[in-house]
Design a protein around this ligand. Structure first.
Ligand code: NAI
Ligand code: MG
Length: 504
C-alpha cells in the first residue's frame, strides 16, 4: 500500500485497491503482462513519488493487440453482427458506468496528473461522460446518400463504414477526457481501438478498460497498451495492420507519426499545440477580460493546447489590465491536487516539463523580459513537487522564443498594441492556429476579428469553452481534422460509393 502525504484527501477504497494491483495490458478482453516483463513507475507530480508500476508494452505486445483488435473488427460481432442501436446502447451504458465510478476516475487522474480533485470531479469526468453520451446517439444517425448520377440505368449510393483498427495516442494534460474525445466517436462509427495513454498518466485508461468489460463490449473492441512514445507509440504508428492513428500532443511527435504512417499510408488525425493569441480591446468589459485572460493562461496550469499564452492588450488599458491580472494571479492557490484544502491549480506534470518551463522563464529574463508576478519554482513544503508560480512577462518582443513557442506551463507574455488594424497580422504571425480570443463590446469588430483570425476556435468575450457537439481542431501546425461534433465522424469513417446497374 502506498503512503500519501497526510494533507491528502483519504483515498476511495477502490482507488487504494486499484493502486495495489499489478497493472497489465488490456488486450482482446484479457489482462496480459508485457512480454518482456518490463514495468515502469507512474509518478505523483505533487511529490515526485511513485504511485504504482504499470506494464511497459513493446512492439511484440503491440502486435498481439493489433491482432486482437483486427480479429474483433474483421470477424467479431461489433461491426459485423450488432445493429447500430445495439452499439449505441453499449456506449450509453459505458457513459453510465463512468458516471457511477466518477469519484474513482477523478482521484486517479488527480493523483497521476496533480490537478485538483475539484477539477477532475467537476470538469474532466463529467465532460467525459457528456462526450460518450453525445456520441452514443450517433450510431443510428450515420447515413449515406443516394446520388443522382448522369448514367441511365445506374443507381448510385454511399455508405459510411468504419475505418478499422484505430491507434489512439493521447497526452497527460486531461488523461480521461483526451481519451474520451477520441474513443467515443471511434466507437460510434464502429471501429476497434488500441488506446495508448501517456506514460505520465496511464491509470484512468486502465480503469476505463475495466468499465468497458463491465459494460459488455465484445473482446478486442477496446484495448489499452501502457508504455512509452518511442516504443509503444512508435510501434503502433508503424504497424501495417493499423488503419488509423488519432493523436493529441506535440508538433514534434506529430511529425514522427506522419513519417511512420508512411508504412501503410494509414490515416492520421492530429490535435496539436498552440500559442494562442488573446486580444483585449480598450472597449472591452475590462473586469471580465482581466479574469478571463488570467484563466485563459493559468487554467489547468497552462497545460492546455488552447492556453491563451500570447496576450495583446490595447495600449490605453495596458497598465490597468496588467495590474488586474497580476492581482488575480497572486490570488491563485497552487498546490497538490489531492490536498484536503483544495488548490486552484496543481504542479506541472513532470520533472521534464518543470525544466522546460523554467528554461523558458530564464530565457525570458535573458532577453530583457520582466515579470510582474511569478517567475520561480515554488519551495517550502512544495520542494519535492513540480510547482511553478503563475508568471506574467512584460517587455517581450513578438519575435522572442517565449512569445513564439508553446511553453505548456503557467507563463504568459503580455504585450501592448496600438493599431487595431495591425493586431490581426501580429496575432496570425505564428505557425500555430488552434484558438484565439477577442474581448470587445463592439459587435461588428467581434465578427470582423472572428473572420480574420486563423484559428480553429475563436472565443469572443470568453475563453476555453468546448462542447462534445462543437467541432474543435487546428489550422496550420496545430493539426489535421476536427474532433467533436459531427465532424469527428468524418475522421473515423470511410465513404463507399456503390454502383448498381439496374438494367442488367
Ligand atoms: P508528446 O507529444 O511527445 O506525447 C504525447 C503522446 O505521444 C504520449 O502518449 C507519448 O507517449 C506519445 N508519443 C511520444 N513520442 C511518440 C512517437 N515517436 N510515436 C508515437 N507516439 C509518441 O508530448 P510530451 O513529450 O509529453 O510533451 C512535450 C510538449 O508537447 C509539451 O511541452 C507541450 O508543448 C506539447 N504537448 C501538447 C499537448 C496538447 O494538448 N496539444 C499535450 C501534451 C504535450
Ligand atoms: Mg515527447
Amino acid at each position: 500500500m502506498i503512503t500519501l502525504p497526510e494533507k491528502y484527501i483519504p483515498l476511495n477504497p477502490d482507488v487504494e485497491n486499484f493502486l495495489a494491483q499489478t497493472h497489465k495490458l488490456y488486450i482482446g478482453g484479457e489482462w496480459l503482462p508485457a512480454q518482456s516483463g518490463k514495468t515502469f513507475p507512474t509518478i505523483d507530480p505533487s511529490t515526485g513519488r511513485e504511485l504504482t508500476q504499470v506494464a511497459s508494452a513493446e512492439s511484440a505486445d503491440v502486435d498481439v493487440a493489433v491482432t486482437a483488435a483486427r480479429r474483433a473488427f474483421d470477424e467479431g460481432p461489433w461491426r459485423n453482427r450488432m445493429t447500430a442501436a445495439e452499439r449505441s446502447k453499449l456506449i450509453w451504458r459505458l457513459a453510465d458506468l463512468i458516471e457511477a465510478h466518477g469519484e474513482i476516475l477523478a482521484q486517479l487522474d488527480s493523483l497521476d496528473n496533480g490537478k485538483p480533485l475539484n477539477t477532475t470531479r467537476t470538469d474532466d469526468v463529467p465532460l467525459s461522460v457528456d462526450h460518450f453520451r453525445y456520441y452514443a446517439g450517433w450510431p443510428t444517425k450515420i447515413e449515406g446518400a443516394t446520388i443522382p448520377v448522369n448514367t441511365p440505368g445506374m443507381f448510385n449510393y454511399t455508405v459510411r463504414e468504419p475505418v478499422g483498427v484505430c491507434g489512439l495516442i493521447v497526452p497527460w494534460n486531461y488523461p480521461l477526457l483526451m481519451a474520451a474525445w477520441k474513443i467515443a466517436p471511434a466507437l460510434a462509427a464502429g471501429n476497434c481501438i488500441i488506446l495508448k495513454p501517456a506514460e505520465q498518466t496511464p491509470l484512468s485508461a486502465l480503469y476505463l478498460a475495466q468499465l468497458f468489460e463491465e459494460a459488455g463490449f465484445p473482446p478486442g473492441v477496446f484495448n489499452v497498451l501502457t508504455g512509452f512514445g518511442h516504443t509503444t507509440g512508435a510501434a503502433l504508428t508503424e504497424h501495417l495492420r493499423v488503419d488509423k492513428i488519432g493523436f493529441t500532443g506535440s508538433v514534434e511527435t506529430a511529425k514522427h507519426i506522419i513519417k511512420a504512417s508512411v508504412s501503410n499510408l494509414k490515416r492520421v488525425t492530429l490535435e496539436l499545440g498552440g500559442k494562442s493569441p488573446n486580444i483585449i480591446f480598450a472597449d472591452a468589459d475590462i473586469e471580465n477580460a482581466i479574469v478571463g485572460a488570467t484563466w485563459a493562461i493559468f487554467g489547468n496550469n497552462g497545460q492546455s493546447c488552447t492556453a491563451g499564452s500570447r496576450l495583446y492588450i490595447e495600449r490605453p488599458i495596458y497598465e490597468r489590465v496588467l495590474q488586474g491580472m497580476a492581482d488575480e494571479a497572486r490570488k491563485i492557490k497552487v498546490g497538490p491536487g489531492m490536498y484536503t484544502e483544495q488548490p486552484d491549480i496543481g504542479p506541472v506534470i513532470s520533472r521534464e516539463q518543470l525544466d522546460k518551463v523554467l528554461g523558458y522563464v530564464d530565457e525570458g529574463y535573458a532577453v530583457g523580459g520582466q515579470t510582474v508576478t511569478g517567475g520561480k519554482r515554488m519551495g517550502g513544503e512544495y520542494t519535492e513537487g513540480y510547482f511553478i508560480e503563475p508568471t506574467i512577462f512584460t517587455q517581450v518582443d513578438d519575435g522572442a522564443r517565449i512569445a513564439r513557442e508553446e511553453i505548456f506551463g503557467p507563463v504568459v507574455c503580455a504585450m501592448p498594441f496600438d493599431d487595431p488594424d495591425e493586431i490581426v497580422k501580429r496575432a496570425n504571425a505564428t505557425e500555430y492556429g488552434l484558438a484565439a480570443g477577442v474581448w470587445t463590446r463592439d459587435l461588428a469588430r467581434a465578427h470582423r476579428m472572428a473572420a480574420a483570425l486563423q484559428a480553429g476556435t475563436v472565443w469572443i468575450n470568453t475563453w476555453g469553452d468546448t462542447d462534445a457537439a462543437s467541432p474543435f481542431g487546428g489550422y496550420k501546425q496545430s493539426g489535421h481534422g476536427r474532433e467533436m461534433g459531427k465532424e469527428a465522424l468524418d475522421l473515423y469513417t470511410e465513404v463507399k460509393s456503390v454502383w448498381i446497374n439496374t438494367d442488367g
